[in-house]
Design a protein around this ligand. Sequence first.
Ligand code: UDP
Ligand code: MG
Length: 318
Amino acid sequence: MPMYETPTVAFIIPCYNETDVLPLTIRTLQSLLMQWKEERLIAHDSFVLFVDDGSKDATWACITAIHEQDDQFHGLKLAHNVGHQQALFGGLKESRTQAECFISLDADLQDDLGIVPAFLEQFHIGHDIVYGVRADRSSDSWFKRTSAEGFYRVMTLLGVETIPDHADYRLMSRRSVETLCDFPERNLFLRGIVPTLGFKTTTVSYQRQRRQAGESKYPLRKMLQLAWDGITSFSVRPIKLLFFISVLMLIVSIGFVGYAFYRQMVGETINGWTSLMMSIWFIGGLQLFGIGLIGEYIGKIYQEVKRRPRYVVEEKRQ
Ligand code: UDP
Ligand code: MG
């Protein structure tokens, strides 16, 4: 028996049209929860929260049916499909006062539940956030693997802190969830926001399984959307790059003015060439400079409107 107090754990599972896999997920969780509760790994009032992300099939009927039979399964139905990230955020936010730690996972059992004890062990030794990181990507297609690698590389280049090969399978303590709720932004890219919360974090690696039933609810379109959201919600470097290019172009234009003058002096040009070339380079550079400058201000406005908290208090002794 563990020496520490057993925490109440909430398992938050967003579901979108998951009738094919939900019965299996429920059976698996039922036996695991029983085992973990018996082992006093999780408290008796620990529960699973299924967030129905506006499904069009019988997902909600499935959730309500299991809730009637077994009250450790809770349900939250969103009125329409808002996407995995928002659904997960909603689940965390709505249940944030009901548990001490929160484990988010997918409905299709791709995330290996066998590492939950390892998650909890890290939680007990004082980690607020424990990321599940995929040991390898052998269960992915070549395309998904390469695009994911490229994505993490671009994110690093742009100065965004992310945990490579971590999807949204993680444990979060109550206070980190409360802090997350202070981020009111709409373009939600949780994998980018969570690392900015601070707190003590660690990773646990696992082997990602294949989807147990049903089809992926993340078609290429949604995947690209998520990647784009990730980049544009976190980095103003593309704007800064524009500014940098414009300065470079202005410097080139100055050099070019000298060159055009020289050609004019030695009489190697036809009439009008010098003034035309000088204007093209100079005006082009000036325009880009103007856009870059406006971009800098828009970048600032963009950071302001996010209304992210300025700091997060980790501890206080008074
Ligand atoms: N999901 C969701 N809303 C959506 C799309 C997906 O809640 O609009 C859920 C889905 O039910 C699953 C999780 O997000 O629990 C991950 O989706 P999926 O397994 O289809 O993605 P993949 O593993 O193929 O990337
Ligand atoms: Mg999946």
